[in-house]
Design a protein around this ligand. Structure first.
Ligand SMILES: CC(=O)SCCNC(=O)CCNC(=O)[C@H](O)C(C)(C)COP(=O)(O)OP(=O)(O)OC[C@H]1O[C@@H](n2cnc3c(N)ncnc32)[C@H](O)[C@@H]1OP(=O)(O)O
Length: 405
């Protein structure tokens, strides 16, 4: 049994907790130089540590931002960006205690949704997080992959210097906007560690911007992986896309056209793309676009179920009543009527019953109530209700986050 206290991280505990996180993820200890450059991206605010005396043995970090939900509303979000427990203190409740403190903090501050990217899919369901948006990995071989002649053409692309990338991309991300459910805002503290570190003067990534008739409207950040070996000295490099954002199909097509045009390349690999990005359809020969993986990407946790359900829109169908159970935040446990007019608490009998993590899976439209019922995650009390819930919760575009945190 381990004794530990969970409390907010103090200013002078930032680096120790950052190192603890790095160690738990098997990263190298951060150098003084890198800490001086990027340490401000690890503020003490919204971090809970588990301490054995003064020594940190666990960290659960989050930053405040916002997330787009189906219908276009943008809600406050607690983005959980770093969780780790010292390897000699795992499996004795340290994470559970930190998650409880963090969720109570989100609830007390009126934050209706929390989200994270999970290192392992078996960790977070018990804390009310559900796998809410998937991402696909695509592989496009070069030169075989050519865009179809009907794919729209327009605008121009230009490669930024690292200094320009640091300056211009944050504003461009804001201009493109949170146009899909699941996309999140990127606060000032996100950029140095997640973008400038890899795409600025000390990084290896390349940034290319597309401009259309109204100015810059898309960008891609990628790295180049050299594949030459003694046995195959002429093997082309692989372009590894870190992120690609575009305001419209013309900008998106231009950025993919650019990637496929780079010389001495054997292929383009992009991970965590929207599952409905029509890359295969954009090729002259759709067989060249290979989806090599589909992974859970964003995990979502309704913190205030009434506020979260009330903020998204629903398609036309008769109402359903959901019985939601939330063991960690019991104030959420109750019945909610969902209809095209919105959502509200009700005393009416429930048609479907589910835990709050499953509500997280349903919320952005990635999974249907029927799928979740067939998998045993939704209990069907009225046989016709799953189909009504499918209609209500379905979204035209797949949810997608598109931001690493
Ligand atoms: C958002 C992010 O940052 S993702 C990155 C998460 N961090 C990592 O993966 C770093 C390496 N792993 C770790 O640091 C730790 O193992 C953690 C943080 C995943 C778990 O911390 P712990 O303190 O061991 O968790 P805790 O003891 O509270 O476990 C609670 C329950 O979850 C289970 N659990 C915890 N971690 C895992 C896991 N990796 N796989 C399966 N089950 C797990 C425990 O078995 C326990 O189950 P029980 O209640 O049935 O007994």
């Amino acid at each position: 049994m381990t004794d530990f206290d969970v409390r907010p991280v103090a200013e002078d505990e930032r680096r120790a907790t950052f190192d603890l996180l790095g160690r738990s993820l098997h990263s190298d200890r951060i150098s003084d130089e890198s800490w001086a450059r990027y340490g401000d991206s690890w503020p003490a605010a919204h971090k809970f540590g588990a301490f054995d005396g003064h020594t940190p043995i666990g960290i659960a970090s989050a930053f405040d931002t916002e997330i787009a939900v189906p219908g276009g509303a943008v809600l406050p979000l607690g983005a959980v960006d770093g969780v780790g427990v010292r390897a000699d203190r795992t499996r004795r409740g340290v994470l559970t205690a930190m998650m409880a403190a963090q969720l109570e903090d989100f609830a007390a501050r009126g934050i209706p949704l929390a989200a994270l990217h999970a290192s392992e899919p078996t960790i977070y369901g018990r804390f009310g997080y559900g796998s809410a948006a998937l991402g696909k990995t695509v592989w496009l071989p070069v030169p075989a992959s050519r865009l179809h002649e009907r794919v729209p053409v327009g605008g121009d692309v230009r490669m930024l210097t690292p200094e320009e990338a640091v300056k211009e991309i944050p504003a461009l991300y804001r201009r493109i906007g949170l146009h899909r459910a699941g996309m999140i805002g990127r606060p000032a503290g996100w950029w140095p560690i997640a973008h400038d570190r890899i795409a600025g003067p000390h990084g290896s990534h390349v940034v290319v911007v597309h401009s259309g008739p109204d100015g810059d409207d898309g960008f891609v950040v990628y790295d180049t992986v050299d594949r030459r070996t003694l046995e195959s000295p002429d093997e082309g490099a692989v372009l590894k896309v870190r992120e690609l954002h575009a305001a419209d199909p013309v900008a998106r097509a231009a950025l993919w056209r650019f990637l496929l045009s780079v010389d001495l390349v054997s292929g383009v690999r992009a991970r965590y793309r929207p599952v409905d990005e029509p890359l295969a359809l954009m090729l002259a020969d759709h067989r060249h676009a290979r989806t090599t993986d589909i992974e859970d990407d964003l995990w979502l946790r309704p913190v205030d179920v009434a506020a979260a359900l009330g903020a998204r829109t629903y398609r036309a169908a008769d109402p359903v009543v959901l019985a939601v159970t939330d063991r960690m935040l019991p104030a959420n446990t109750g019945h909610y009527e969902v209809s095209p007019g919105g959502a509200r608490r009700t005393d009416a009998a429930a048609d479907l019953a589910l835990d709050v993590d499953t509500l997280g899976m349903l919320y952005l439209g990635q999974w249907s109530a029927t799928e979740l019922a067939q998998a045993g995650r939704v209990e069907v009390r009225d046989a016709a209700a799953a189909a009504r819930a499918d209609e209500l919760f379905t979204t035209l575009a797949a949810p997608w986050c598109g931001t690493f945190f």
